[in-house]
Design a protein around this ligand. Sequence first.
Ligand code: TYD
Length: 233
Amino acid sequence: MNAPLVDMPEAAARRVEPGRFITFEGGEGAGKSTQARLLAAHLEQAGIRAIVTREPGGSPRAEALRSALLAGKAADLGPFGEAVLFGAARIDHIDTLIRPALAGGAWVVCDRFADSTRAYQGAAGKAKPELIAMLERIVVGPMRPDLTILLDLDPEAGLARARARGGDAAVDRFEGEQLAFHVALRSAFLEIAAKEPARVRIVDAALAPDEIADRIWTIVRDAFPAVLKQGAA
Ligand code: TYD
Protein backbone atom coordinates (compact mmCIF):
# COMPACT_ATOMS: atom_id res chain seq x y z
CA MET A 1 0.00 0.00 0.00
CA ASN A 2 1.29 3.46 -0.82
CA ALA A 3 2.19 5.59 2.17
CA PRO A 4 0.05 8.69 2.43
CA LEU A 5 1.75 11.80 1.05
CA VAL A 6 2.03 13.46 4.48
CA ASP A 7 4.20 10.55 5.73
CA MET A 8 6.73 10.87 2.91
CA PRO A 9 10.21 11.80 4.09
CA GLU A 10 10.71 15.51 3.62
CA ALA A 11 13.58 15.10 1.13
CA ALA A 12 11.52 12.83 -1.13
CA ALA A 13 8.57 15.22 -1.00
CA ARG A 14 10.90 18.04 -2.08
CA ARG A 15 12.58 16.00 -4.84
CA VAL A 16 13.02 18.16 -7.94
CA GLU A 17 12.65 16.96 -11.50
CA PRO A 18 16.19 16.89 -12.99
CA GLY A 19 16.89 19.32 -15.81
CA ARG A 20 17.54 18.33 -19.42
CA PHE A 21 20.97 18.42 -21.05
CA ILE A 22 21.05 19.91 -24.56
CA THR A 23 24.25 20.26 -26.58
CA PHE A 24 25.11 22.17 -29.76
CA GLU A 25 27.63 20.77 -32.19
CA GLY A 26 29.04 21.65 -35.62
CA GLY A 27 32.12 22.94 -37.41
CA GLU A 28 33.67 26.40 -37.22
CA GLY A 29 31.46 29.47 -37.72
CA ALA A 30 28.15 27.58 -37.58
CA GLY A 31 26.60 30.01 -35.07
CA LYS A 32 26.39 27.62 -32.11
CA SER A 33 27.02 30.13 -29.37
CA THR A 34 24.38 32.55 -30.69
CA GLN A 35 21.83 29.76 -30.99
CA ALA A 36 22.69 28.35 -27.54
CA ARG A 37 21.99 31.78 -26.01
CA LEU A 38 18.73 32.17 -27.98
CA LEU A 39 17.53 28.72 -26.89
CA ALA A 40 18.29 29.46 -23.23
CA ALA A 41 16.35 32.73 -23.50
CA HIS A 42 13.43 30.85 -25.07
CA LEU A 43 13.47 28.28 -22.27
CA GLU A 44 13.51 31.02 -19.64
CA GLN A 45 10.48 32.63 -21.34
CA ALA A 46 8.75 29.27 -21.07
CA GLY A 47 9.44 29.29 -17.32
CA ILE A 48 12.43 26.93 -17.35
CA ARG A 49 15.68 27.77 -15.57
CA ALA A 50 18.45 27.42 -18.17
CA ILE A 51 22.23 27.72 -17.96
CA VAL A 52 24.43 28.29 -21.01
CA THR A 53 27.94 26.90 -20.92
CA ARG A 54 30.65 25.84 -23.35
CA GLU A 55 33.47 23.41 -24.03
CA PRO A 56 36.31 23.36 -23.75
CA GLY A 57 35.69 25.41 -20.61
CA GLY A 58 32.65 26.15 -18.50
CA SER A 59 34.47 25.93 -15.15
CA PRO A 60 37.59 27.81 -13.97
CA ARG A 61 39.91 24.79 -14.28
CA ALA A 62 38.50 23.80 -17.66
CA GLU A 63 38.81 27.40 -18.93
CA ALA A 64 42.53 27.28 -18.04
CA LEU A 65 42.88 24.11 -20.14
CA ARG A 66 40.88 25.81 -22.93
CA SER A 67 43.48 28.58 -23.24
CA ALA A 68 46.27 26.03 -23.63
CA LEU A 69 44.32 23.84 -26.08
CA LEU A 70 43.20 26.69 -28.36
CA ALA A 71 46.70 28.19 -28.35
CA GLY A 72 47.88 24.87 -29.79
CA LYS A 73 50.08 24.08 -26.77
CA ALA A 74 48.90 20.45 -26.72
CA ALA A 75 49.13 19.88 -30.50
CA ASP A 76 52.49 18.10 -30.17
CA LEU A 77 50.85 15.46 -27.97
CA GLY A 78 49.01 14.21 -31.06
CA PRO A 79 45.23 13.87 -31.47
CA PHE A 80 44.74 11.32 -28.67
CA GLY A 81 46.86 13.33 -26.23
CA GLU A 82 44.75 16.39 -27.05
CA ALA A 83 41.59 14.32 -26.60
CA VAL A 84 42.76 13.34 -23.10
CA LEU A 85 43.15 17.03 -22.20
CA PHE A 86 39.71 17.89 -23.63
CA GLY A 87 38.52 14.97 -21.48
CA ALA A 88 40.20 16.34 -18.33
CA ALA A 89 38.49 19.69 -18.91
CA ARG A 90 35.16 17.89 -19.49
CA ILE A 91 35.42 15.90 -16.24
CA ASP A 92 35.82 19.11 -14.24
CA HIS A 93 33.00 20.81 -16.16
CA ILE A 94 30.65 17.88 -15.52
CA ASP A 95 31.59 17.59 -11.84
CA THR A 96 31.46 21.25 -10.93
CA LEU A 97 28.76 22.65 -13.20
CA ILE A 98 26.73 20.29 -15.40
CA ARG A 99 25.79 17.54 -12.93
CA PRO A 100 24.93 19.86 -10.01
CA ALA A 101 22.89 22.16 -12.28
CA LEU A 102 20.86 19.27 -13.74
CA ALA A 103 20.32 17.75 -10.30
CA GLY A 104 19.02 21.11 -9.09
CA GLY A 105 16.43 21.16 -11.88
CA ALA A 106 18.12 23.64 -14.28
CA TRP A 107 18.41 22.83 -17.97
CA VAL A 108 21.97 22.98 -19.30
CA VAL A 109 22.62 24.21 -22.84
CA CYS A 110 26.21 23.43 -23.78
CA ASP A 111 28.14 24.80 -26.77
CA ARG A 112 30.05 21.62 -27.80
CA PHE A 113 30.50 18.40 -25.81
CA ALA A 114 31.80 14.85 -26.40
CA ASP A 115 30.73 14.71 -30.09
CA SER A 116 33.35 17.40 -30.75
CA THR A 117 36.07 15.07 -29.45
CA ARG A 118 34.74 12.25 -31.64
CA ALA A 119 34.75 14.53 -34.69
CA TYR A 120 37.80 16.80 -34.16
CA GLN A 121 40.29 14.43 -32.50
CA GLY A 122 38.73 11.19 -33.73
CA ALA A 123 37.54 11.41 -37.32
CA ALA A 124 39.25 14.56 -38.58
CA GLY A 125 42.33 14.29 -36.32
CA LYS A 126 42.65 10.55 -36.94
CA ALA A 127 42.99 9.33 -33.33
CA LYS A 128 41.94 5.67 -33.13
CA PRO A 129 38.12 5.52 -32.88
CA GLU A 130 38.20 2.70 -30.30
CA LEU A 131 40.47 4.79 -28.04
CA ILE A 132 38.19 7.83 -28.40
CA ALA A 133 35.15 5.67 -27.57
CA MET A 134 36.87 4.22 -24.49
CA LEU A 135 37.92 7.68 -23.33
CA GLU A 136 34.36 8.96 -23.80
CA ARG A 137 32.97 6.16 -21.62
CA ILE A 138 35.43 7.02 -18.86
CA VAL A 139 35.00 10.81 -19.05
CA VAL A 140 31.29 11.15 -19.70
CA GLY A 141 29.88 8.06 -17.96
CA PRO A 142 26.11 8.34 -17.89
CA MET A 143 26.13 12.11 -18.57
CA ARG A 144 24.85 11.82 -22.15
CA PRO A 145 23.00 14.72 -23.74
CA ASP A 146 19.21 14.30 -23.90
CA LEU A 147 19.27 16.18 -27.20
CA THR A 148 22.01 17.42 -29.55
CA ILE A 149 21.47 20.08 -32.20
CA LEU A 150 23.94 19.73 -35.07
CA LEU A 151 24.33 23.03 -36.94
CA ASP A 152 25.45 21.82 -40.34
CA LEU A 153 27.30 24.17 -42.69
CA ASP A 154 29.54 24.00 -45.73
CA PRO A 155 33.08 24.22 -44.23
CA GLU A 156 34.27 26.96 -46.58
CA ALA A 157 31.35 29.17 -45.58
CA GLY A 158 31.92 28.37 -41.89
CA LEU A 159 35.64 29.15 -41.99
CA ALA A 160 34.96 32.45 -43.80
CA ARG A 161 32.45 33.38 -41.08
CA ALA A 162 34.81 32.37 -38.26
CA ARG A 163 37.66 34.39 -39.77
CA ALA A 164 35.45 37.45 -40.32
CA ARG A 165 34.31 37.18 -36.69
CA GLY A 166 37.91 36.90 -35.48
CA GLY A 167 38.96 40.09 -37.35
CA ASP A 168 42.71 40.61 -37.13
CA ALA A 169 43.13 38.09 -34.31
CA ALA A 170 45.27 35.06 -35.18
CA VAL A 171 43.28 31.94 -36.09
CA ASP A 172 43.12 29.37 -33.29
CA ARG A 173 44.47 25.81 -33.26
CA PHE A 174 41.57 24.27 -35.20
CA GLU A 175 40.53 27.16 -37.47
CA GLY A 176 44.10 26.96 -38.78
CA GLU A 177 43.70 23.38 -40.03
CA GLN A 178 43.49 22.72 -43.78
CA LEU A 179 40.13 22.65 -45.58
CA ALA A 180 40.36 18.83 -45.88
CA PHE A 181 40.27 18.63 -42.05
CA HIS A 182 37.06 20.68 -41.95
CA VAL A 183 35.49 18.63 -44.74
CA ALA A 184 36.25 15.43 -42.76
CA LEU A 185 34.83 17.10 -39.68
CA ARG A 186 31.52 17.83 -41.36
CA SER A 187 31.20 14.21 -42.54
CA ALA A 188 32.05 12.99 -39.03
CA PHE A 189 29.29 15.07 -37.44
CA LEU A 190 26.77 13.94 -40.08
CA GLU A 191 27.79 10.33 -39.43
CA ILE A 192 27.19 10.73 -35.69
CA ALA A 193 23.73 12.15 -36.50
CA ALA A 194 22.98 9.23 -38.82
CA LYS A 195 23.99 6.72 -36.12
CA GLU A 196 22.04 8.38 -33.31
CA PRO A 197 19.00 9.97 -34.97
CA ALA A 198 16.94 9.98 -31.78
CA ARG A 199 19.49 12.16 -29.99
CA VAL A 200 21.05 14.25 -32.76
CA ARG A 201 18.94 16.57 -34.91
CA ILE A 202 20.43 18.38 -37.91
CA VAL A 203 19.63 22.04 -38.60
CA ASP A 204 20.81 23.89 -41.72
CA ALA A 205 23.17 26.59 -40.42
CA ALA A 206 23.10 28.49 -43.74
CA LEU A 207 19.60 29.79 -42.92
CA ALA A 208 18.93 33.17 -41.30
CA PRO A 209 19.58 33.15 -37.52
CA ASP A 210 15.87 33.75 -36.70
CA GLU A 211 14.78 30.85 -38.89
CA ILE A 212 17.41 28.60 -37.28
CA ALA A 213 16.18 29.62 -33.81
CA ASP A 214 12.56 28.83 -34.80
CA ARG A 215 13.53 25.39 -36.08
CA ILE A 216 15.52 24.64 -32.94
CA TRP A 217 12.60 25.67 -30.74
CA THR A 218 10.25 23.35 -32.67
CA ILE A 219 12.72 20.46 -32.23
CA VAL A 220 13.08 21.16 -28.49
CA ARG A 221 9.31 21.34 -27.95
CA ASP A 222 8.84 18.09 -29.87
CA ALA A 223 11.61 16.39 -27.88
CA PHE A 224 10.19 17.34 -24.47
CA PRO A 225 6.42 17.62 -25.02
CA ALA A 226 5.49 16.93 -21.40
CA VAL A 227 7.57 19.84 -20.15
CA LEU A 228 7.10 22.32 -22.98
CA LYS A 229 3.46 22.68 -24.01
CA GLN A 230 3.02 23.07 -27.77
CA GLY A 231 1.48 26.52 -27.43
CA ALA A 232 4.05 27.88 -24.98
CA ALA A 233 6.17 30.87 -25.97
P1 TYD B 1 35.68 27.92 -30.01
O1 TYD B 1 36.33 29.25 -30.14
O2 TYD B 1 34.67 27.72 -28.94
O3 TYD B 1 35.17 27.50 -31.43
P2 TYD B 1 33.71 27.39 -32.00
O4 TYD B 1 33.16 28.79 -31.93
O5 TYD B 1 33.91 26.85 -33.37
O6 TYD B 1 32.99 26.43 -31.08
O7 TYD B 1 36.84 26.85 -29.87
C1 TYD B 1 36.65 25.55 -29.57
C2 TYD B 1 37.55 24.76 -30.48
O8 TYD B 1 37.93 23.55 -29.83
C3 TYD B 1 36.87 24.40 -31.77
O9 TYD B 1 37.80 24.58 -32.82
C4 TYD B 1 36.60 22.92 -31.62
C5 TYD B 1 37.66 22.45 -30.68
N1 TYD B 1 37.28 21.27 -29.85
C6 TYD B 1 37.91 20.05 -30.07
O10 TYD B 1 38.77 19.95 -30.95
N2 TYD B 1 37.57 18.97 -29.29
C7 TYD B 1 36.64 19.06 -28.30
O11 TYD B 1 36.36 18.05 -27.60
C8 TYD B 1 35.99 20.33 -28.08
C9 TYD B 1 34.97 20.48 -27.01
C10 TYD B 1 36.34 21.41 -28.89
